[in-house]
Write a protein that binds this ligand. Structure first.
Ligand code: SF4
Length: 461
């Protein structure tokens, strides 16, 4: 077999952690001589890196798999299809593959992606008719072995174009929010040793990445499972001191574990961006309890006020789920009231959708679809009005913007992100991707700020 002629293609669904994992899968395949195909239909191996967070996401993957086989079959070249990521880890995956997608030859959970090349070769060499699986044991067993979802250190990654890079600082989650499947698919929390994280970031900075985003299901709990070493605040401090680093972001935060000392460290840091994404989920204490979120609306409010007090100008955004089982009009009103009081910069707002296998999917009092969508609409109207007003209040300010690339609507101009993560269109011609420029905001809408470059005509600040 001429290994260096084999080609691969990766399709990624879901979150940033999956995007990061796909970079590793690509790096591993290239290390073994695979070459990236330009078109999925030309590939010998197609990896579909999946998301299981919503039922709809899962359905989308099943239908994509069917489409892939149909299209590649018409061209007479059905590739080795690998189902990677969270869906591979769901109970009953092999049975479902047999029923719904028998052409899928490999199912590989997130903690085993480093084995993909070896398993692909096994399939290619044996022409295996049966699906081969590499998924983690049940969660109970995973707890015993503790590291089943943790990837080995030092795996290669493909270099992705752009100015930002992702770095996973931990894997898995211990929280069991009642609506979430992630602890079942990604296993218990396991933090990486800080030395490995620092080394990876230094390498990325040396390669020219300007912005590093730290990834974890609950970054604020980083280190809780390590015997020694820094917690998240200490880790941020160390990363802030890496020579050459310009911007640091992190995803996802949990309000329960976001401590004041973390806010203090961020307020003192040079490179950690002043953007706090704090998923509230509900403004009702009763619903927060049913969600098993571990904080109250009062604690959330105190945290937001502490941030705004310590870091004036910081942006705070959130996630909200409406129509959780049993949510009354009064509960929903609590959410609206809190949103109106806190005046956050933005929100991702969703209707509750039951995820099979979670506690919330089994709860009584599921809310009718119409009621959920009415509540969502009411919330969106309130929040968008607040977002628009906050953005308009920024007219006349100067924002530091990391230029990412041409603006899709007007390619003569460039777009990028302010430190607060707001989208900024720079109406001066000249900046290039990777430049950090100052932009004076002249115009603002719900989703953007716009203005000419100010003060620094060229290049990095
Ligand atoms: S913190 Fe909650 S919502 Fe986030 S991954 Fe863990 S269980 Fe899911």
């Amino acid at each position: 077999m001429k290994r260096n002629k084999l080609t691969y293609f990766i399709e990624t669904f879901g979150c940033q952690m999956n995007e990061r994992d796909s970079e590793t899968i690509g790096g591993l395949l290239e290390q073994e001589g695979f070459v990236q195909a330009q078109d999925v239909l030309d590939a010998d191996v197609v990896v579909v890196n999946t998301c299981a967070v919503r039922q709809a996401a899962e359905e989308k993957v099943w239908s994509r798999l069917g489409q892939l086989v149909y299209e590649s079959g018409r061209r007479g070249n059905v590739p080795v299809i690998v189902l990677a990521g969270c869906m591979a880890q769901l109970p009953g995956t092999v049975e479902r593959i047999k029923q719904r997608a028998p052409y899928v030859k490999l199912a590989v959970g997130p903690g085993h992606i480093h084995r993909i090349p070896e398993l692909v070769y096994r399939v290619l060499e044996e022409c295996s008719a049966k699906p081969v699986t590499a998924v983690s044991p049940s969660r109970t067993e995973a707890r015993r072995t503790e590291s089943t979802q943790m990837l080995p250190e030092g795996l290669p990654r493909v270099k992705v174009p752009g100015v930002s890079a992702y770095v996973a600082i931990m894997y898995g989650c211990d929280n069991f929010c009642s609506y979430c499947i992630v602890p079942f698919t990604r296993g218990p929390q396991v933090s990486r040793e800080p030395e490995f994280i620092i080394r990876e970031i230094q390498e990325l900075v040396d390669q020219g990445y300007i912005e590093i985003t730290l990834l974890g299901q609950n970054v604020n709990a980083y280190g809780h499972d390590l015997d020694r070493g820094p917690g998240f605040a200490g880790l941020l401090e160390r990363i802030d001191g890496i020579p050459g680093i310009r911007r640091i972001r992190y995803l996802t935060s949990h309000p329960r574990d976001f401590t004041e000392d973390m806010v203090d460290v961020i307020s003192q840091s040079r490179h950690v961006c002043e953007h706090f994404h704090l998923p509230l989920q509900s403004g009702s204490n009763r619903i927060l309890k049913l969600m098993n979120r571990g904080y109250t609306r009062e604690q959330y409010r105190d945290l937001v006020y502490y941030i705004k007090d310590r870091i004036p100008g910081a942006a705070v955004t959130t996630d909200i789920i409406v129509g959780f089982p049993g949510e009354t009009e009064e509960d929903f009103r609590d959410t609206l009231d809190l949103i109106q009081e806190l005046r956050l910069d933005g929100a991702f707002m969703f209707v509750f959708s039951p995820r099979k296998g979670t506690a919330a999917a089994r709860m009584d009092n599921q809310i009718p679809r119409k009621q959920k969508s009415d509540r969502l609409q009411a919330l969106v109207e309130v929040q968008n009005e607040i977002t628009r007003a906050i953005n308009k209040s920024l007219i006349g300010t100067v924002q530091e913007v990391l230029i990412e690339g041409p603006d899709s609507r007007n390619p003569e101009y460039y777009r990028g992100r302010a430190r607060t993560n707001k989208l900024v269109v720079c109406t001066t011609k000249g900046p290039k991707p990777g430049d950090l420029v100052k932009v004076r905001v002249a115009e603002a809408g719900t989703w953007y700020l716009r203005g000419p470059e100010a003060e620094h005509p060229k290049g990095h600040i």
